[in-house]
Design a protein around this ligand. Structure first.
Ligand SMILES: NC(=O)c1ccc[n+]([C@@H]2O[C@H](COP(=O)([O-])OP(=O)(O)OC[C@H]3O[C@@H](n4cnc5c(N)ncnc54)[C@H](OP(=O)(O)O)[C@@H]3O)[C@@H](O)[C@H]2O)c1
Length: 292
């Protein structure tokens, strides 16, 4: 059985889609209320993962009764500005709850945790970080991801490091940045996007599919960069969306990361690029591309 914790989020809804498409396993979908309707393969369980009594209930009622458990743990307090502002709450969800969960559940065969390129810090001269490079996060969110990675890997489980992920939202009632770009461009309005801030960006569907492919494989490296081949700015991504919508590229207005003042509160690395060679070797892939 798969259990997805944080199942109704942006990544969670694509993870569920891919488990359904790629396996025959039932899914326990755990999230804060409200939950979606159950289907023949997906059972929704509302609850707060930072509540020890809920974790005990989850384990006793479901996980301990399943002989084999594969967990995708997505619940997080992850907006960098809010992590900075609400440090104790963020620590409680990102570190304490994760540690308690991993140390509480039974019959755990596989546990995958989504970390982030933010653990590496700043790429200098287009350097693409490899999995064993030193970690130098530039903000508290990145430090939380480093601490969470240690908990997961020291316990013997897996982390994947994702880049900036983007795609249409499948999360009920929530718009992703992708959807905002689409609605702005379709309204004929301009949208400003950073031209000089690069990421090894990927779409949510590919990110989810690759995680499930790894979980369905035999032993895989404990730490993997799961990212695209290309070094992309948000401006590049904006142009792709404009092309897809067949609207004028002029609506996508390039701006510099130097003008980010007032947009972000917590510090961001201007560019963070990752090398996906180990991922490609592990899954025997020729290319990994951002697709919408
Ligand atoms: N999106 C990216 O570009 C990206 C890149 C790298 C890594 N990641 C990581 O991937 C994970 C998922 O990210 P996402 O983009 O899918 O974010 P998201 O949409 O906010 O998903 C997180 C989910 O966890 C739920 N959650 C939060 N606190 C919870 C709690 N105490 N108990 C139960 N559920 C809780 C959230 O519910 P509510 O919405 O109701 O709060 C939400 O459904 C995070 O760890 C994030 O750091 C994301």
């Amino acid at each position: 059985m798969y259990t997805v914790v944080g199942a109704n989020g942006f990544l969670g809804s694509y993870i569920i889609k891919n488990i359904l498409e790629m396996t025959d396993e039932p899914i326990l979908a755990v999230c804060l209320p409200p939950v979606e309707e159950d289907t023949d393969r997906v059972k929704w369980v509302p609850g707060d993962i930072s509540d020890p009594a809920f974790v005990e209930f989850l384990n006793k009622t479901y996980l301990s009764k399943s002989a084999h458990n594969k967990i995708v743990y997505l619940a997080a307090y992850h907006h960098p500005d809010l992590v900075e502002k609400n440090q104790r709450l963020a620590w409680d969800i990102n570190i304490t709850s994760l540690s308690r969960f991993i140390n509480s559940v039974d019959h755990l065969d596989r546990f995958f945790y989504p970390s982030s390129d933010s653990v590496y810090g700043e790429s200098v001269n287009g350097y693409r970080f490899k999995e064993d490079d030193p970690l130098k996060p530039v903000n508290r969110y990145g430090h939380h991801k480093c601490a969470a990675e240690s908990i997961v890997t020291e316990y013997g489980y897996n982390i994947v490091r994702y880049p900036f992920l983007i795609a249409p939202s499948r999360a009920p009632g929530r718009k992703h940045f992708y959807d905002t770009i689409v609605s702005t461009l379709l309204a004929g309005k301009p949208i400003e996007m950073f031209k000089d801030s690069l990421r090894s960006a990927l779409d949510f569907d590919s990110a989810a599919r690759l995680m499930i492919q790894l979980m369905e494989s035999g032993p895989v490296p404990q730490k993997l960069n799961v990212c695209g081949d290309e070094d992309l700015s948000k401006y590049d991504i904006g142009l792709r969306i404009a092309d897809k919508l067949r609207v004028s590229r002029d609506l996508v207005v390039p701006i510099s990361i130097e003008n980010a003042e007032g947009i972000f509160e917590a510090k961001r690395a201007s560019s963070t690029l990752m090398d996906n060679g180990l991922l490609k070797k592990t899954l025997d892939l020729k290319e990994v591309r951002l697709v919408f």
